[in-house]
Design a protein around this ligand. Structure first.
Ligand code: NI
Length: 177
């Protein structure tokens, strides 16, 4: 008889990813847009479509450590959903300047969409072992410093640093050591 597999965590075939906004339009560190991106990560986590080990949102790009059976599909899903929702947020606020930028950034062969939030790629790099895992996690958390936004990783509101190392409130994250 075939036994149902218990919910043992899969060995994390995590990938380090980087997603950049179209034309590097700096809108991801907007509180409302950041939270819709993070909520989308959480939606995918709760559906067990991804595992999320760490993340950072910078104004014009994001980095994350994620694992998934079909990472390309999930990233495509995350990007198209967050793009649509971001446009709705900007429209409701009447942010015509940014919307014009997103319209101009549109990739011309995609006629089914009128705005472009993300560049098409997500640059996945497979994590080999725990050294590389931690190196990438440190890179993620150090990114706001690297990009000159803050001096202390705890001062940047849009990363997993505080949850992992300060508050210990890691329910939004998958932890792997
Ligand atoms: Ni960066």
């Amino acid at each position: 008889m075939k036994q149902r597999r218990a919910a043992v965590p899969r060995p994390p075939e995590a990938h380090f990813i980087a997603c950049v906004t179209a034309d590097r339009i700096p809108i991801l560190a907007d509180p409302e847009i950041a939270s819709l991106i993070l909520n989308t990560f959480q939606f995918l986590r709760h559906r067990q479509r991804i595992e999320l080990y760490g993340y950072v949102l910078l104004p014009d790009h994001m980095h994350a450590l994620v694992a998934s059976e079909d990472l390309s599909k999930e990233m495509r899903c995350l990007k198209s959903w967050t793009a649509k929702e971001t446009v709705k947020v900007l429209q409701s606020r009447g942010e015509t300047k940014i919307l014009t930028c997103l319209k101009r950034a549109r990739i011309t062969d995609r006629l089914d969409q009128s705005f472009q939030l993300w560049r098409p790629k997500f640059h996945p790099k497979l994590i080999h072992g725990s050294n590389m895992f931690h190196q990438k996690l440190d890179y993620i958390h150090g990114n706001p410093i690297k990009h000159g936004l803050v001096k202390d990783p705890a001062a940047w509101p849009y990363s997993s640093y505080k949850s992992l190392y300060i508050t210990g409130e890691t329910e939004g994250l998958d932890v792997w050591f």
